[in-house]
Write a protein that binds this ligand. Structure first.
Ligand code: ADP
Ligand code: MG
Length: 583
């Protein structure tokens, strides 16, 4: 096994590394550090989130900085304020035994003049978000015209966030003699274009397969009906009493409302999204890091840069439309050699997305069922029992013992145990006794079309109408275009004076709801709501393929019921396999 020493790092760094508790280099560190130390080269390095990329560029950078020269020698661009601060902090730890080296972080949401004066005092290394960097260059507050190293960290994220123009412009203020090191978890087209355009024959390093998910993460999905998403989330949390999780939603609004609901329901939850002030965000992150928050509900943008190592579960409350996002989200768990679980709560219409993700991460998902109330109660009970067993006795209680004995002395040990457990346990038990279990949804599309009654159509209300200049054809075109739907996906458009109705097939309903969640047209909030569920047959929808096999399938179905009795057949969970066989 290679050691840090063998990579060519100097004593002062080695001492700092020992203090950090790093024992052996990670793969990306092993591959990049010797090259960066030994030669003046550009580099493109690809590795999963959580594989130690910061040190992969940070160690060689620190070693190559000349502390005697006061000019800014290294510039690190990183996508978010949180990441900037983290990187700057890490670099300070790396350079602990090189106290002459100064690192300054500049990012939005904090005072420009404070940051400018820190730069004036001397900054060998500047860690910046592209936006604030551009701003400070424009105001002449920072000079990067003589840097030797420019690092684009989390390049894919920066481009994702639309920083291309800023990066381009910032780079135009740097000398052509510098070396550029690009670090990224994924290599989408935009990143390779940046590499092509701004780098000179970079050395390329890839750890693991490009775009692949980390092997330390187990990927699970849970198939539910859209309206049961929240129940599913609660159950997943209840079934994992020690959960320390990031929950991803697609919109700020969902993020906020899911967090609020969780809090109302007694969970240690909080929201993290762009509408919060920096101050609020810092507070949330602080409580999360210290584990006062067990479920942090976040948008993708806000969660960028969250670098907390012990996250046990990443929960995709909704999947993102971009498949790349999945990798970023799930990479927040299974970090630093730990294992983690990524759980996607999906509806049937998203199964296809799961398949695409599997291809990209080259790992299969495991389909799991949402735990039943009984299962959760059992888990909670044994969790409590284990906790009791592991608890160290607090002898402060001794002096109250006589009084407590007097109160409880009559009870037998058995009774005491039962009562004691009931204090905690009854809460779950009562709740789950009343709650109906989250319905199991089968993943077989065919079966779904035959047997479930939601192979129909959803009618929507929308607060746009003639008054807004639409006739039915215009509204149909408008909706189809904005929603990127196919020709036949939207029908029965009915335009009234100030509102309208339209239909889509059920499997598209979630998409419509999600899309319009935060949708504004000319500054006005557009409200779209489900008006009712309809059967498609009533208006002659395309059903040839379903019709063809329906007879046989229905026949088979009644046979099964004949054998088991109706209820039992369903309780047995009509699984994929059983039905496949009957074909
Ligand atoms: P990335 O940028 O690839 O997402 P980070 O640089 O943020 O990953 O590192 C992830 C975590 O792993 C950090 O907590 C970091 O301190 C830790 N780490 C990095 N290198 C090592 C190492 N060689 N040994 C142990 N832990 C490490
Ligand atoms: Mg990183």
């Amino acid at each position: 096994m290679t050691t840090f020493q063998e990579l060519g790092l100097q004593d002062n760094l080695l001492k700092a590394i020992t203090d950090l508790g790093f024992e052996t280099p990670s793969e990306i560190q092993e591959k990049s550090i010797p090259t960066l130390l030994a030669s003046d080269t550009d580099m493109v390095a690809l590795a999963q989130t959580g594989t130690g990329k910061t040190a992969a560029f940070g160690f060689p950078l620190i070693q190559k900085i000349n502390p005697e020269n006061r000019k800014t020698q290294g510039l690190i661009l990183s996508p978010t304020r949180e990441l900037c601060m983290q990187i700057a902090n890490e670099l300070k730890l790396y350079s602990k035994y090189e106290p002459q080296i100064h690192t300054v972080a500049i990012y939005g949401g904090a005072s420009v003049s404070d940051q400018a004066s820190q730069i004036r005092r001397g900054a060998h290394i500047v860690v910046a978000t592209p936006g604030r960097m551009q701003d400070m260059i424009n105001r002449g507050l920072v000079d990067i015209s003589h840097i030797d190293f420019c690092i684009l960290d989390e390049a894919d994220e920066m481009l994702n966030m639309g920083f291309y123009e800023d990066i381009k412009s910032i780079l135009s203020h740097t000398p052509t003699t510098k070396n550029t090191w690009l670090f990224s978890a994924t290599m989408p087209k935009e990143v390779s274009e940046i590499a092509k355009k701004f780098m000179k024959t970079p050395v390329e390093i890839t750890v693991g397969t490009k775009n692949s998910g980390s092997k330390t993460i187990e990927h699970q999905y849970f198939l539910v009906q859209a309206r049961e998403r929240y129940q599913a989330l609660k159950r997943l949390s209840d079934a994992n009493p020690d959960i320390f999780s990031l929950v991803f939603c697609r919109t700020k609004r969902d993020t906020q409302s899911i967090a609020e609901k969780l809090i109302e329901d007694g969970y240690n939850a909080a929201a993290l999204h762009g509408d919060l002030s920096q101050n609020q965000r810092d507070l949330v992150m602080k409580s999360f890091r210290s584990k006062q928050i067990q479920m942090l509900v976040a948008t993708d943008v806000a969660a960028r840069g969250i670098d907390v190592d012990d996250i046990t579960h990443v929960i995709h409350y909704q999947l993102s439309d971009e498949i790349e996002t999945y990798t970023h989200r799930s990479g927040r768990t299974g970090r630093a050699g730990k294992t983690g679980i990524s759980m996607a709560i999906i509806t049937k219409s998203e199964l296809r997305k799961v398949k695409s993700i599997e291809r990209i991460i080259k790992q299969n998902f495991v389909q799991r069922d949402i735990p039943t109330g009984i299962e959760i109660c059992e888990i909670q009970l044994f969790h409590l029992a284990n906790k009791v067993k592991k608890t160290e006795i607090n002898h402060e209680i001794d002096r109250y013992l006589p009084a407590i004995n007097e109160l409880l002395g009559e009870e037998t040990k058995e009774e005491l145990i039962k009562k004691f457990f009931s204090v905690e346990f009854s809460r779950f038990f009562n709740y789950y006794q009343r709650a109906t279990d989250v319905k199991k949804v089968s993943s077989s599309e065919f079966e779904d079309r035959e047997f479930s009654n939601d192979g129909g159509s959803t009618r929507f209300f929308i607060n746009l109408g003639e008054r807004d200049g639409f006739d039915w054809m215009q509204l149909k075109d408008f909706l189809r275009d904005t929603l990127a739907l196919g020709r036949d996906d939207l029908y029965k458009v009915d335009v009234k004076e100030s509102f309208s109705f339209f239909n889509v097939d059920d499997h598209l309903a979630d998409k419509v709801i999600a899309f319009f969640e935060n949708f504004k047209l000319k500054g006005r909030h557009i409200n779209v709501e489900v008006s009712k569920k309809e059967s498609k047959k009533s208006f002659g929808a395309r059903k040839s393929f379903r019709g063809d096999r329906g007879g046989f399938q229905n026949q088979k179905r009644s046979d099964d019921f004949g054998k088991f009795g109706k209820k039992k057949a369903f309780d047995k969970k009509p699984g994929k396999k059983g039905f496949k066989k009957s074909f």
